[in-house]
Design a protein around this ligand. Sequence first.
Ligand SMILES: NC(=O)c1ccc[n+]([C@@H]2O[C@H](COP(=O)([O-])OP(=O)(O)OC[C@H]3O[C@@H](n4cnc5c(N)ncnc54)[C@H](O)[C@@H]3O)[C@@H](O)[C@H]2O)c1
Length: 249
Amino acid sequence: MKAEQPRVVVITGGSRGIGRAVALAFAKEKAVIAILHYDPDEEAAQETVSLLARQGIEAESHKVDVSQKKDVDRIFSQIIERHGGIDVLINNAGITRDAFFMRMTEEQWDAVIQVNLKSVFNCTQAVIRNMMKNRRGHIVNISSVVGQIGNVGQANYAASKAGVMGFTKSVAREVASRGIHVNAVAPGFIETDMTAVLPEKVREAFLAQIPFGRMGTPEEVAEVVYWLCSEGASYLTGQVIHVNGGMFM
Ligand SMILES: NC(=O)c1ccc[n+]([C@@H]2O[C@H](COP(=O)([O-])OP(=O)(O)OC[C@H]3O[C@@H](n4cnc5c(N)ncnc54)[C@H](O)[C@@H]3O)[C@@H](O)[C@H]2O)c1
């Protein structure tokens, strides 16, 4: 693929929240955008597609459970065949299944590890050969401040997000010689559906830990993700960039 062609960008969890904001950030450069999601219905995904259409982008949306390797392989092969390759992968899909560790079930543990960590393995494996062949590519994995500092009730989530950090650094070392950048962004407390369900007490406790005294917006995370995939970040790989209003320094 020639450099002047639009970049092909795949964003998991692109129907809502941070993933949608990332998709809209890539609309600036008229990229070819594919969003993956696993919402029960198509409403949010279609809204993202419409928002992108307003920016002149004809985006595609696929409903796929990114924790399932076979399904991921099938969708990514289709995207690579249709567009000739994938230049950018944003591993953003994620879930929470919070419980105090004493009461955490095996199902809660497995679900979070599968969707937040196994998916990163699945999607990265699905693009890496193509990126290595093209000798370029950007992968940004969405981790969390919780993967760094831990959180009560989130042993499963913290383990998955710490796993994402270790994965990022290892794969970054393996593929740097092929011109592929692999970085992570670790958001703090961001206004999305994921945090909208938190009880008021938990929100207040979070806010008390944030020097900026407010939640972040999906756009504030998306700007950093986008920058990591730009020329300005040409000498960065294997980094975890924290976007958290000072919550962890
Ligand atoms: N919101 C926060 O405060 C916050 C903080 C730190 C990290 N994060 C991380 O950022 C990412 C995005 O979070 P968000 O707040 O925008 O979440 P969200 O709940 O608003 O959106 C989640 C997205 O992931 C998709 N998804 C869920 N399970 C999936 C599956 N099995 N297969 C494919 N797609 C699936 C959903 O369809 C949706 O598009 C997640 O990885 C999350 O852990 C969020």
